[in-house]
Design a protein around this ligand. Structure first.
Ligand SMILES: *Cc1c(COP(=O)(O)O)cnc(C)c1O
Length: 222
């Protein structure tokens, strides 16, 4: 337990220093970047240690796992869901997730809205449509936002994406920031960008990410 605590503490310090350095390099204020520690597959005891170390934002991909873990943490923890949405799980997801990063179709948004709770969401984009990792194609983003934004229980914070495999993440995230900028011309409040994981968060920060989702660099390999 003590060993795990010092391990997580050191990893966190190292990642935080890298976040700060890349923010500074991009002339950005590091305080404007939300670090979400992705705790999927790791036990609640690890999440508790991270909480004690000051982390409040936690990310999970699976409803079944997170719905057991989340209630074990103090109520001011903020839980993010970033996995692919299964429609029949939305009700359960909305019981524990404060912010859902992976909305990519109107039917899911409608169902979420009907649950009657206010939810912050991101719209997930597919930066490479040959990959089957979820997300709306960029050409259809505007239309999707047009249809989701009237749903009164949902608040669209921004766009979310994962970098395509085997391509320069910097280029991908630059494209994402351009998509975000264009969307904000019509929707000035939709400005957040959820991008960047353990292997590419610096490129994401350079390209304007406001929410980065880091698992293995902090918790170790899954
Ligand atoms: C697992 C996952 C992460 C974290 O991945 P790491 O490479 O461990 O940092 C971030 N975003 C999504 C969508 C994930 O599925």
């Amino acid at each position: 337990m003590i060993l795990r605590r010092s391990e997580l503490s050191e990893n966190l310090a190292r990642v935080s220093a890298r976040i700060e350095a890349s923010a500074k390099g991009a002339n950005r204020n590091p305080d404007e970047i939300t670090l979400i520690v992705v705790t999927k597959t790791f036990p609640a005891s690890d999440v508790e240690i991270l909480y004690e170390l000051g982390i409040r934002n936690f990310g999970e991909n699976r409803d079944q796992e997170a719905s057991l873990k989340a209630p074990q943490l103090p109520a001011d923890s903020i839980w993010h869901f970033q996995g692919q949405i299964q429609s029949n799980k939305l009700k359960s997801i909305s019981n524990w997730a404060d912010i859902i990063h992976s909305v990519d179709q109107l039917s899911h948004a409608t169902k979420l809205n009907e649950l009657g709770r206010n939810k912050d969401i991101f719209i997930q984009l597919a930066l490479d449509q040959s990959e089957n990792r979820g997300g709306v194609e960029p050409a259809k983003l505007h239309e999707l936002v047009d249809s989701i934004s009237p749903l009164s229980n949902l608040n669209i914070l921004g766009v979310m994406a994962v970098a395509p495999l085997g391509k320069d993440p910097g280029l991908a995230f630059k494209g994402l920031s351009e998509i975000s900028r264009k969307l904000s011309l019509d929707y000035p409040k939709i400005t957040a960008i959820s991008a960047g994981m353990s292997n590419d968060f610096e490129a994401a920060i350079t390209n304007g990410a406001t929410h980065i989702r880091i698992g293995s660099q902090i918790l170790g390999v899954r």
